[in-house]
Ligand binder design. Structure first.
Ligand code: HEC
Length: 158
């Protein structure tokens, strides 16, 4: 065998081994990555993530309204309902809202409190619409458990 031939064989073997190593190394890295991030979330572009989150919003939008109540959340039907469903039910259940009552200022300050302490996002121009919805449908309760009794006939104890 000529030196040239030997050299070319050695080169071939070298290239082959190198490719095998690269393949094994790549597989190794992918396996480690997959192990740490099984959903491959880092590889999915952000836009696609938004699509999935807006999908869940759409699912909420598809909610049925029965007897003036949005079934999925229990919120009262009204103007701005969907804004509230979209912005206010991802961190906690809508019960937080339905169990509370306040005027505009009260709702405004609850929203401000969540923005300052709970990472609630800036609601932009929707804030007024949301506050309108909340103060209209969940206003401060004016009456107590029952209306005060009137026309009572008092009688004297003997
Ligand atoms: C980023 C997450 C987040 C979003 C979005 C959010 N909240 Fe909250 N909210 C919280 C947390 C956290 C609490 C405190 C929960 C607790 O006390 O267990 C809270 C509490 C509340 C309370 C109870 C406040 C109190 O004084 O007891 C109300 C009412 C409320 N949220 C209404 C809303 C409304 C209306 C929206 C939509 C504008 C909204 N939330 C959106 C995180 C959020």
């Amino acid at each position: 065998m000529s030196d040239e031939k030997i050299l070319s064989i050695v080169k071939k073997i070298y290239r082959f081994t190198l490719s095998v190593f690269i393949i094994i190394f790549t597989l190794f890295l992918s396996t480690i990555y997959y192990y740490n991030d099984p959903t491959l979330s880092l590889l999915i572009p952000k836009e696609e993530k938004n699509i999935t989150s807006s999908k869940s919003v759409q699912q909420k939008n598809a909610g049925i309204i029965q007897d003036g109540i949005h079934l999925e959340t229990g919120l009262i039907e009204g103007e701005g309902l969907m804004l509230v469903v979209q912005n206010c039910t991802s961190c906690h259940s809508a019960k937080m809202i339905t169990q509370n009552r306040a005027n505009k200022e009260g709702w405004r300050s609850m929203i401000k409190w969540m923005q300052q302490t709970q990472n609630l996002w800036d609601l932009g121009e929707n804030e007024e619409k949301i506050i309108d919805y909340l103060s209209t449908n969940y206003p401060p309760q004016k009456k107590g458990r029952r209306a005060t009794l009137t026309n009572i006939e008092w009688y004297n104890l003997d």
